[in-house]
Design a binder for this molecule. Sequence first.
Ligand code: BEZ
Length: 211
Amino acid sequence: MSIRLGDIAPDFTADSTEGPIRFHEYLGNSWGVLFSHPKDFTPVCTTELGEVARLKPEFDKRNCKVLGLSVDSVEDHRRWAGDIAETQGARLNFPLLGDPDRKIATLYDMIHPNANDTLTVRSVFVIGPDKKVKLIITYPASTGRNFEEILRAIDSLQLTAQFSVATPVNWKDGDDCIVIPSLSDEEARQRFPKGFKALKPYLRITPQPNK
Ligand code: BEZ
């Protein structure tokens, strides 16, 4: 069955490049990003894994643990890690899960048979500290992801979990936000001491509340 926003992220145990992992226990009270790539020793995946290693301090700042996965073995992941360090200038610094029996890929519906019936697509699941799935994105094998965009989305998820705001198109941390429509003007005045500007009754802009 496919996983939807708001579902509890299925728990699993798996071996990884950093030893055995029990997923929920590993996440603890942190946010998490579980992402799949199609195959070890492939070009786009090599660049993606290098980029995630480079951005790891940014995920850490957001109290977010990152885990990668493909249907390869941990032994293959370890051999491939050398190529990632050599070609991308960044050493693997987060766990890569081995999933040769496709247990996790199946649990998370990461194999899309009409795209490829054996390899995982480029799935991303962002999981909150409550273990619920907050965001899902899926890219095909031929298109490498933009992990800066995933960080941007995590910033929005973390902000909107804390304040009664939504974030508009192309928002980034520090930009103005949108007052959620379910708040009355009176409630908005109380919640946002910096005030808000109503372009329309349903389109109210307020400075980012925690800046
Ligand atoms: C890649 O990572 O380059 C790749 C993997 C599987 C299919 C196509 C491209």
